[in-house]
Ligand binder design. Structure first.
Ligand SMILES: [Zn+2]
Length: 327
């Protein structure tokens, strides 16, 4: 009887291990079957997007007329993405390629494929050309995290509709209708987010995360008074791309911020190691300051396969509001 129970337990543990391995493998890239399906020619427009966030927006606009695929998997840090085997083929099959631009896709090999494709559109660069004042710079570097401000991200809709209509003219009305619907949905999401933060006490809204991803977010959602500086509302030890290379000055800067604004909780990010935040907590503790890292991670640069951009943004609002509302 006991050995039967032992065997059952071993079977259960092995099954769980297998499930976790599959989840890890398929969480990193499109499953082989869906990739094969995408590569198979049909009457749809093959659209390749560099990140899951762009892919989600393109999918919403393209609907059943397109076959969307994200080059990067959901658990990948988009800043450091290097091409893998098979990526060249995806570019050669794609009729259209959408990328973020603004320096996000910065590996030389990926930049080269993006430049060579005849129909690549960098959404962030297009928004920047039209409204340069919206784009933030940090120490001479352009901040690519525009998707974390919904009011900016929805400006990517029109360029997507235009390019899809150019490639597939008979679908123009379809893309325009879906573009309008998506714009309405994102406008509602943006207002909902602004309202959620209005109910949080002003002295709580000081955000510390691992890397410099939340500048656009802080500017849009934490600013309360017309002339106040939103820059005070966000601080991170690592730069615009998470690299884990921390100088003593970076740590000191965040600890001073933590002390000045009485920050009690630090927020880890799903695609970034927590080492820098742990170091900050440790040094702060030695100085007699108690702070902690929340158990729930923020989603800055990516989201899980089964999720969507909308769910990602709602998740971030809920994690922040829950932590800031607790006494
Ligand atoms: Zn980032």
């Amino acid at each position: 009887m006991a050995s039967n129970q032992g065997a059952t337990l071993r079977f259960f543990i092995n099954s769980l291990k297998y499930f976790l391995i599959c989840l890890t493998l398929y969480g990193c890239q499109a499953s082989p079957s869906s990739l094969e399906e995408w590569k198979t020619p049909n009457d749809k427009i093959k659209v390749l997007s560099t990140t899951p966030i762009i892919n989600d927006l393109v999918r919403r606009i393209g609907g059943e007329r397109i076959d969307p695929l994200s080059l990067m998997g959901s658990s990948i840090d988009p800043h450091s993405y290097e091409l893998v085997k098979g990526d060249d083929e995806k570019f050669s099959i794609a009729h259209v390629v959408f990328c973020n631009g603004l320096g996000l896709e910065h590996s030389a090999s990926l930049k080269s494929l993006l430049t060579q494709h005849p129909h690549t559109l960098a959404l962030g660069d297009t928004i920047r050309q039209k409204n340069p004042e919206l784009i933030l710079q940090n120490q001479g570097q352009v901040d690519p995290h525009i998707w974390l401000d919904v009011s900016i991200w929805k400006q990517a809709i029109t360029p997507i509709v235009s390019l899809l209509s150019e490639i597939d003219p008979s679908g123009q009305e379809h893309y325009e209708m879906r573009g309008l619907k998506t714009e309405e949905e994102l406008t509602a999401l943006d207002s909902w987010m602004q309202n959620q933060f209005l109910s949080i006490a002003s002295d709580k809204k000081y955000l510390i995360t691992s890397h410099d991803a939340f500048n656009y977010f802080a500017r849009r959602y934490f600013l309360e008074e017309e002339n106040a500086s939103w820059k005070e509302r966000f601080c991170a030890p690592e730069g615009l791309a998470p690299d884990g290379q921390l100088g003593f000055r970076d740590l000191e800067r965040v600890i001073t911020y933590l002390e000045q604004h009485h920050v009690e909780v630090l927020f880890p990010e799903a695609n970034v190691a927590q080492d820098s935040l742990k170091k900050i907590i440790e040094i702060a503790y030695q100085k007699g300051i108690t702070a902690q890292i929340t158990t729930q991670e923020l989603l800055s640069d990516t989201f899980a396969d089964e999720e969507s951009y909308e769910a990602m943004m709602k998740h971030n609002v809920e994690v922040l509001c829950k932590a800031w509302r607790s006494p």
